[in-house]
Each structure stands twice: as structure tokens, then as C-alpha cells.
Design a protein around this ligand. Structure first.
Ligand code: AMP
Ligand code: ZN
Length: 142
């Protein structure tokens, strides 16, 4: 889709810190880094939200999430758990209307849930993003 920022990321017209890619999905660091390692998994096919998936696309996309989640978890030994979030509709805090799944690592048992929606990008240099990206890539199963 012409005006879609995530379609542009898929087409490499906008740069991203990609950690995984195949014919069905692309996974890259969320620029906001709600927590360190915060990753987005998106279908390469432009669908605006979960309501637009058919069974085949849903199966193919979700089949890839556990492997990517394992790599994110393994990328940092202090990660204890992970929230997988999927917002559908502006009322549900969706801001980019190309469907995506947030993988949000959790480090403590007293994390403020709202931190996931915080934009921490001002605290990250390109080198910081690249370090996290590389560690996730290094832990990706074949
Ligand atoms: P949502 O609010 O669920 O629609 O999430 C959209 C997410 O996309 C937000 O967490 C943004 O930080 C993230 N985002 C927007 N633009 C980019 C980009 N160019 N690269 C990486 N993440 C982005
Ligand atoms: Zn799109």
C-alpha cells in the first residue's frame, strides 16, 4: 500500500533494525523500545488489522512468532518473560494501520504495564539499536 509506513519498511524504502525476515513476515525493532528488545512482527501482506486476516494468513504469521519470541528472549539473559500484544483500531491504541504483533520483553515482576506504550527512542543511539538487533539475530534458530 502506497501510504503505509510498514509496507515501506518491507520494501526497504524506510530503514529498520530487522531481526528476521522470510516470505511471510518481517520482524524488526520497535523504534520506541517500550522495554529493551521490543520487536514488531508484521505480515508482508498489507492487512490493516486482525479483522482482515483469513485462516491461512493467521496460521502462517502466528506459526513464526514463537521462534522470533525465543530469539528475543535469548538475546538478553535478564529477560524473564514477554507480552505479545496486538492492537486493533485506534480505540485500542493502534497507531499504524498495517497489522503487527508487539513482542515486549519483561524484566521484572513490577514493570508498569503502561511502559509498553512509552517512547524511549530518545535514549537509544543507532549503536544501541544495532547491538540489540545483532544479539537477537545471533540467537535466531535456523
Ligand atoms: P501500535 O500503537 O500498536 O499501532 O504500534 C505501532 C508501533 O510502531 C509503535 O510502538 C511505534 O513505536 C512503532 N513504529 C512506528 N514507526 C516505526 C518505525 N519506522 N520503525 C519501527 N517502529 C515504528
Ligand atoms: Zn502496509
Amino acid at each position: 500500500m502506497d501510504d503505509c509506513i510498514f509496507c515501506k519498511i518491507i520494501a526497504n524504502e524506510i530503514p529498520s533494525y530487522t531481526v528476521y525476515e522470510d516470505d511471510i513476515v518481517k520482524a524488526f525493532l520497535d523504534i520506541s523500545q517500550g522495554t529493551p528488545g521490543h520487536t514488531l512482527v508484521i505480515p508482508k501482506k498489507h492487512v490493516p488489522d486482525l479483522f482482515a486476516y483469513d485462516e491461512e494468513l493467521a496460521s502462517a504469521v502466528f506459526a513464526r512468532i514463537p521462534k522470533i519470541a525465543r530469539a528475543v528472549k535469548a538475546s538478553n539473559p535478564t529477560i524473564k518473560g514477554m507480552n505479545v500484544l496486538n492492537n486493533n483500531g485506534a480505540v485500542a491504541y493502534q497507531s499504524v494501520f498495517h497489522s503487527h504483533f508487539h513482542l515486549v520483553p519483561r524484566y521484572t515482576d513490577h514493570d508498569d504495564f503502561k511502559m509498553i506504550f512509552k517512547d524511549n527512542s530518545a535514549n537509544y543511539s543507532a549503536a544501541d539499536y544495532q547491538k540489540i538487533q545483532q544479539s537477537i539475530i545471533d540467537h535466531m534458530e535456523d
